[in-house]
Design a protein around this ligand. Structure first.
Ligand code: SF4
Length: 318
């Protein structure tokens, strides 16, 4: 498999582009994830010509708007420049399948960036970096996370599930969508979507059964929106159990009583949190693969991302 292109805040790669000449190298991204993704770094503050070292900037609420102003000289306003840089980056990075931003930055932060009043008082942590905000507005379905939040196993697994699915859709469908490609694509994701969000599972089923083929691009876009929205819901213990129970239905005729009991016990143990997902999943997969059924074999639910990343191993699902 080719490496998946991923946008990244450049300082996370260990490059000394921060205002004070330092970096924020992230070991997980550089030492683990770099095996499967190809990073496309952007430092928006460098790109707008601020240089290193540079005077710090921050989010300030001024005239009812959030602006990015100089800390020492509030007459320096780089808001529009950062917005324009995001628009340029979207054009320059059409193939990325996700973006990892860094937290707490007035340019790159995604969640809870500090905002100030013109008098210098910090008012809240409700801001979003101007570059990240515009980028996300322009690519609303793109999987986005902050590096700091990737320390949470559940957030990390969900983000990468979406990155791999986004890439898969781009490769298999997006370049030249057809009704057949859409249906074949989704047939591989059915149990995964079921594990993530049952209402979306039904909504996508209805959408595809009434697919408007006269404007396939529009239909494909509509599908992708529903699909990425579904995966944004985390696959919970309840959802994974539900998907496994449905898959177990295929084994009714072929398992003996003892095998059925063993499988049911493991699914139940997972359901109450006594064993990790991999335990019942491995046994279920072992039995189902004996059926030699291409539809079952192709389910992404077995491995939404490369197994060696171990992304499902440390999740504490609800
Ligand atoms: S947070 Fe963004 S703007 Fe700041 S140094 Fe890192 S990449 Fe550059």
């Amino acid at each position: 498999m080719e490496k998946i292109p991923l946008g990244i805040s450049q300082c996370l790669m260990g490059e000394k582009v921060r205002y004070d000449g330092s970096h924020k190298r992230n070991r997980y991204l550089m030492d683990v994830l770099a095996e499967v993704v190809e990073f496309r770094p952007v430092c928006p503050e460098m790109a707008i010509g601020l240089g290193v070292p540079r005077k710090p900037i921050r989010l300030v609420i001024k005239g009812g708007e959030t602006r990015v102003l100089g800390v020492e000289n509030p007459d320096v306003d780089v808001t529009e420049a950062l917005i324009a840089q995001a628009e340029a980056a979207v054009r320059q990075l059409p193939d990325i399948c996700g973006y990892v931003f860094i937290q707490n930055s007035p340019s790159c932060g995604v969640f809870g960036v500090k905002r100030y009043l013109p008098n210098g008082y910090s008012i809240d942590k409700e801001g979003r970096g101007a570059y990240a905000k515009r980028f996300m507005e322009l690519m609303p379905l793109l999987p986005v996370e902050e590096a700091g939040r990737l320390n949470d196993a559940g957030l990390r697994e969900n983000f990468l599930t979406r990155v791999f699915a986004y890439y898969d859709f781009k490769v298999q469908v997006a370049a030249a969508p057809t009704a057949k490609k859409l249906i074949e694509f989704y047939s591989r994701y059915k149990y995964q979507v079921m594990a993530h969000h049952v209402p979306s599972y039904f909504a996508i089923g209805r959408y595809l059964s009434n697919l408007a083929v006269n404007d396939i691009q529009k239909s494909s876009d509509g599908f992708f929106q529903l699909f990425m929205g579904a995966l944004k819901h985390h696959a919970t213990r309840k959802g994974n159990t539900n998907a496994m129970m449905h898959l177990r239905g295929y084994l009714k005729e072929i398992l003996n009583t003892q095998d059925k009991q063993e499988l049911s016990q493991l699914i139940d143990s997972y359901k109450v949190g006594h064993v990790p997902l991999v335990v019942p999943l491995t046994l279920l997969k072992h039995h189902l693969l004996k059926l030699d059924n291409p539809y079952l074999k192709s389910q992404t639910f077995w491995s939404p991302h490369p197994e060696h990343l171990g992304l499902r191993n440390h999740i504490l699902e609800n």
